[in-house]
Design a protein around this ligand. Structure first.
Ligand code: HEM
Length: 536
């Protein structure tokens, strides 16, 4: 929270406070820097290698803000180490560049690495308690216990009918407006998690919930790698005025604060209103609030309070919608760029499902090539290239390298997925690479780590994968994804743009999505007519 005094003060007062604060902060951090520099105690083993830092600032300016994962991968090769060490003013972080290191530390020794760093910037953005950012401890465990079971593999099967309906609506909208496929994708992704978290429906492409979800996704997606802002490194700087030139991330946090507050508050309130007349315990807030009220009536205190339920539901909506939409965007991009892959996956759907009906969720496990298309999409561009950082709970030694307690751990899944010694031609989209050599593949391992590692692994991975598979199968059955044409009627030159600040996402791009056949269009309409009044 910003200090109330700052909000009330005049610009001149705030300038004076700001400069005073700045001077104090600089003096304080210089002192810490000197203590760190000269007061280093002997460690039981050498620290992992690191590139040279700068006097006092350490690695603060050495690591690029844009696409840091690529630089970390290069340093890994340069220093011949899958673990690298960085430090600035007492904040320590390591980067794991190999799957071997990530599995050894985050999974086999998971209990030592289950913490998160404190995300001061996200606090400044006004987040309620949410599983994703909570530090290891009783409140975290309470949230994980509340959120993990409803998203277990067996439990999320109950949502597959609803997910399929949303996939059908998505493809129908794409066919009806062949250039606005992105709106259809966003609607679909928001609708699925909004329903599961709150029991609320998205009424149409203009639904305010879509706008709300999009704003919060932008707020989070462009906030920079979690835990890397100046406030995360020097927490006192959050009290500086945000107009100072180097406080860009504080300005960002304040600008997007309203979006986070709205997405936390508004669907929760709407859900409370809805459940007053129509309680349905399959939905997270309905069940959570009803249990809370029952406990209250029975005079037993709920450990999971209303603020916790609100924060947890917002996590599902925020963590679940943009990640799914961003992955569908990638699928569309890679299918468009690789027409032979698109054709091969369509042929598989035609062969297994036939052309007289549309795929169901049960079909998805019988479509091996389509599944590989999804895996290859994960590998090509992991959405969180450095994962969400963990933090170490105690001192540790790995491969003769010392990892001090309180170190922030980034998992460079991008480096793992583009390691040329594991994946031949790592920048080529080639789903066959996972097939055995005798089937024309290269026997390479499926990518591991897109959903994180160990005790903090994504709770929504089963739900997300179901959504992605049913959307992909429905797209393959009903639409052709084509390259935009230039004025001469030939495919226009196109190079996608990417955002590598925080999440790694492809920027909106043009694609022509057309109906595959008259028959597939009829099937879409017929299925949706049948499902129109089905309550999921
Ligand atoms: C393609 C879709 C998705 C991707 C790529 C993804 C990726 C991730 C990653 C990388 C993490 C960090 C794991 C770690 O720290 O080791 C994570 C955590 C998390 N995800 Fe997802 N996610 C996706 C979908 C979802 C969905 C649909 C939900 C909600 C139902 C969700 C909820 C969460 C939560 C609550 C956490 C925090 C877990 C914790 O800290 O204990 N995610 N996700």
């Amino acid at each position: 929270m910003a200090k109330p005094g700052f909000l009330d003060s005049t610009p001149r007062d705030s300038a004076v406070f700001g400069l005073l604060g700045l001077a104090l902060a600089v003096a304080g951090y210089c002192l810490v820097g000197l203590v760190v520099l000269f007061g280093k105690k002997k460690t039981p083993a050498p620290l992992p290698p690191s590139p040279p830092g700068e006097f006092l600032l350490g690695h603060y300016r050495v690591v690029p803000v844009d696409a840091p994962f690529k630089r970390y991968a290069e340093w890994g090769i340069e220093y011949n180490s899958d673990v690298l060490y960085f430090e600035t003013f007492g904040t320590k972080w390591i980067v794991l560049n190999s799957l071997r290191a990530a599995v050894e530390l985050l999974e086999k020794r998971g209990a030592k690495y289950a913490d998160r760093p404190r995300f001061v910037m996200f606090e400044e953005m006004g987040w309620s308690p949410t599983l994703t950012w909570l530090r290891w401890g009783p409140q975290y465990q309470l949230h994980r216990r509340a959120l993990q079971p409803p998203f277990a593999k067996a439990r999320v099967k109950q949502y597959t009918g609803m997910q399929r309906k949303e996939a059908l609506i998505c493809c129908k909208s794409m066919v009806e407006d062949t250039t606005n496929w992105l709106q259809a994708v966003r609607r679909c992704s928001v609708a699925i998690v909004l329903k599961i978290a709150y029991g609320l429906d998205v009424d149409g492409p203009q639904s305010p919930w879509i706008d709300l979800a999009e704003k919060s996704a932008t707020a989070i997606g462009k906030a920079g790698a979690p835990g890397s802002s100046i406030m995360d490194l020097f927490p006192l700087t959050r009290y500086l005025p945000d107009w100072l030139p180097f406080m860009e991330r504080l300005r960002y946090a304040h600008t997007w604060r309203a979006a986070i507050q709205n997405i936390t508050e508004l669907p929760f309130r709407a859900s409370l209103t809805q459940m007053a007349s129509n309680l349905d315990r399959r939905f997270f807030t309905h069940n959570g609030v009803a249990s809370y009220q029952e406990n209250d009536k029975g005079n037993s205190q709920s450990s999971f309070g209303l603020e916790d339920i609100k924060g947890a539901a917002a996590t599902v909506l925020i963590a679940g919608n943009d990640t799914t939409a961003a992955t569908v965007m990638l699928l569309i991009l890679y299918l468009m760029q690789n027409p032979h892959v698109q054709r091969k996956a369509q042929e598989e759907v035609d062969r297994i499902v036939g052309r007289d009906r549309l795929p169901t969720w049960e079909d998805t496990s019988n479509l091996p090539y389509m599944n590989l298309v999804l895996q290859e999409t994960y590998r090509m561009n992991p959405l969180s290239p450095l994962g969400i950082p963990h933090a170490s709970i105690e001192d540790d030694v790995y491969d003769g390298m010392f990892i001090p307690k309180g170190t922030i751990i980034y998992q460079n899944v991008w480096a793992m997925f583009h390691d040329a010694s594991v994946y031949a031609e790592p920048f080529r989209f080639w789903p066959e690479r996972y097939l055995p050599r005798e089937e024309g593949g290269s026997g390479e391992p499926l990518p591991v780590g897109n959903f994180g590692f160990g005790r903090r692994i994504c709770i929504g991975r089963n739900l997300a994968e179901n959504s992605l598979l049913i959307v992909l199968a429905t797209m393959l059955a009903t639409v052709d994804i084509g390259w935009p044409l230039g004025p001469d009627g030939k495919p226009a030159p196109f190079e996608p743009e990417w955002s590598f600040r925080g999440q790694a996402t492809v920027m909106p791009f043009e694609a022509i999505v057309t109906s595959r056949s008259r028959k597939s269009e009829e099937l879409l309409n017929a299925e949706l007519d049948i499902l129109e009044n089905t309550v999921f």
